[in-house]
Design a protein around this ligand. Structure first.
Ligand code: NI
Ligand code: MN
Length: 235
């Protein structure tokens, strides 16, 4: 069993989990790095970390076309229902729920959140995503500053951590290295960089530091690129 991770630039990902599809923060329209449009994606579950436009993205159109379950917080789910997205689950921080093939737990993120029309978006979140069949566990940090309680997330045994490195709106490369030491993942996938001028980063320089200074293996994806995570492969 394995999880295929595909990056669409920014914090937009597709996960293929035992043949089932999860899409995270589907910002494709208006994303200069996006190699696909939302009407090319399949989705059974859409995870939405917070209400900002560069994460909400094409959530409404993708959810309406696919019928996917949108997992977010109660405030955002209430807003989505008003946009005609009925299949949505409004969890809140610290809460986990099973969705057939994955368990999704909302984690704190140190960030703001509002919807594009100014509606309050509740608290920004990240996600711990566990493949129920294998126990493979991913931590998608969302938009966040560094916080030391990432150690508690690390205590849950994280195989892959998805961390923002762009700086300016989220933590940058130095703090992401500290985050890796807290989380102790086998693999780390950088995100939320190079989309716009304020968040341009030297990702290969950062990846060298990850490899030399932490116990994690960096996975650098090109937009549209994929990587397979196996439950039993060793780093
Ligand atoms: Ni944001
Ligand atoms: Mn963002």
């Amino acid at each position: 069993m394995s999880i295929k991770v595909t990056w669409f630039g920014h914090s937009a990902f597709a996960l293929e989990v035992g043949g089932r599809s999860v899409v995270i923060d589907p910002f494709l329209s208006g994303n200069p790095l996006a190699p696909v449009t939302h009407d090319q994606l399949s989705a059974e579950i859409i995870l939405l970390s917070h209400g900002h436009g560069d994460h909400l993205g094409d959530t409404v159109a993708l959810a309406q076309r696919t019928g996917a379950t949108v997992v977010s917080n109660v405030e955002i789910v209430s807003w989505l229902r008003g946009k005609g997205v009925d299949n949505a689950a409004g969890q809140n921080l610290g809460g986990a729920a099973d969705y057939e093939f994955v368990t999704v737990k909302l984690t704190p993120a140190l960030h703001s959140s509002s919807l594009p029309d100014g509606t309050y978006g509740g608290l920004a979140s990240g996600f711990i995503i566990t493949e129920r069949a294998t126990g493979l566990r991913l931590y998608f940090a969302g938009d966040t500053a560094l916080f030391s309680d990432m150690q508690l997330i690390g205590d849950e045994g994280i195989d892959v951590a998805f961390l923002p490195i762009g700086d300016y709106f989220t933590m940058g490369t130095e703090d992401a290295l500290k985050a890796i030491r807290y989380i102790r993942p086998r693999y780390v996938v950088p995100m939320h960089y190079n989309t716009f001028p304020p968040i341009v980063q030297d990702v290969s320089g950062w990846a060298n530091r990850v490899a030399n200074e932490t116990g994690a293996l960096p996975i650098i994806l090109d937009p549209g690129g994929s990587y397979w995570i196996n439950a039993d492969n060793e780093v």
